[in-house]
Design a protein around this ligand. Structure first.
Ligand code: FE2
Length: 309
């Protein structure tokens, strides 16, 4: 896909795939090393400050690829706002959706908490609002659910402030969530393909190491495990499943956004927890960028410092 199409897809569909699998072969080869980094943690989440120096450099190198820089620059000129790679960068291991037990079948919008506040709603429809994630999935999206599912165009109703249309378009998902929660035996009568069609959702079939951009307003979820796999594996909690090492799922994420995106994000955080120290953590994280890629630090700093509450 050309860069222009990648950008158009992101703007109009709410997600986009940039195939950098060839460039990122190195990272795929290091998958076992990445898995080993989780040894000293008691969970399946690894924050950027806990990556080894080698891995920090390797990941930042990807985010400094000229294709990503071009993508962000074009997004900046289109929205007339500075857009940068911003914290947090993190890795998730074996995050899995079990469609029978995971709340809401895993579907969500990353900005959902922000929708409760007028301050955020005004930003979420602002032309300068940019907030999204770049996901790098180190496996194919097959029966073990290696990447994500998205509902194309589901970001538009927030972006264009069409509240009534959003209610109508969101009806199918609300119905599925209701059946899933209150009528589980009825829910089980239909397979996942049926529900995907009912939601006009798609499964991202990206090459391992490709980049998947998605808008924080886009409805998405981790692709669920297939039904026959669920029966075979040990469930750790609602979102995690134990797999043999060779089938470990690894997803690497970072945020990208504008000052408007950051403002909405932090407004929600601070309403929920007045002592939230996340902004300090963000500042610490960009200091690590500075060690390897000073220009990346500068743009991230500018965006973060321009946020307003
Ligand atoms: Fe998400």
């Amino acid at each position: 896909m050309s860069l222009k199409n990648t950008l158009n897809n992101y703007i109009n569909q709410g997600y986009s795939i940039l195939d950098l699998s060839e460039n990122n072969k190195n990272l795929i080869e290091k998958k076992n090393l990445i898995i080993d980094q989780f040894k000293d943690t008691d969970n399946n989440y690894l924050s950027f400050n806990r990556f080894s120096d080698e891995l920090q450099f390797e990941i930042l190198k990807i985010y400094n690829d000229s294709n990503i820089k071009n993508f962000l620059e074009q997004l900046s000129s289109l929205t007339n706002s500075e857009v940068a790679i911003i914290p947090r960068i993190f890795i998730m291991k074996n995050y899995h959706i079990n469609r029978f037990i995971t709340e809401g079948v895993g579907w969500h919008k990353d900005c959902s908490g922000e929708l409760s506040y007028d301050f955020c709603n005004n930003l979420l429809k602002n032309k300068k609002y940019v907030m999204g994630k770049i996901g790098i999935y180190l496996q194919r999206n097959e029966e073990y659910g290696g990447a994500i599912d998205v509902i194309p165009k589901s970001h538009l109703f927030i972006k264009n402030n069409k509240k009534f249309l959003r209610k109508i378009k969101g009806f199918n998902l609300r119905l599925i969530r209701f059946i899933h929660k209150y009528l589980p035996s009825f829910y089980k009568k239909f397979n996942e393909n049926f529900y995907m069609k009912f939601l006009s959702a798609i499964k991202i079939n990206s090459e391992p190491g490709s980049l998947v951009f998605f808008d924080s307003r886009t409805t998405h979820r981790g692709t669920p495990l297939s039904d026959n796999i669920i029966k075979k594996l040990k469930q750790i909690d609602d979102y995690h499943i134990d797999t043999p090492k060779e089938l470990t799922k690894i997803a690497i994420y970072c945020h990208f956004g504008s000052a408007e995106g950051v403002s909405s994000y932090f407004y929600n955080k601070l309403q929920r927890n007045a002592t939230d120290s996340e902004l300090d953590d963000w500042k610490k994280e960009i200091n690590i960028y500075k060690k390897y890629f000073p220009e990346m630090y500068n743009t991230a700093k500018k965006v973060i410092e321009n946020y307003k509450l």
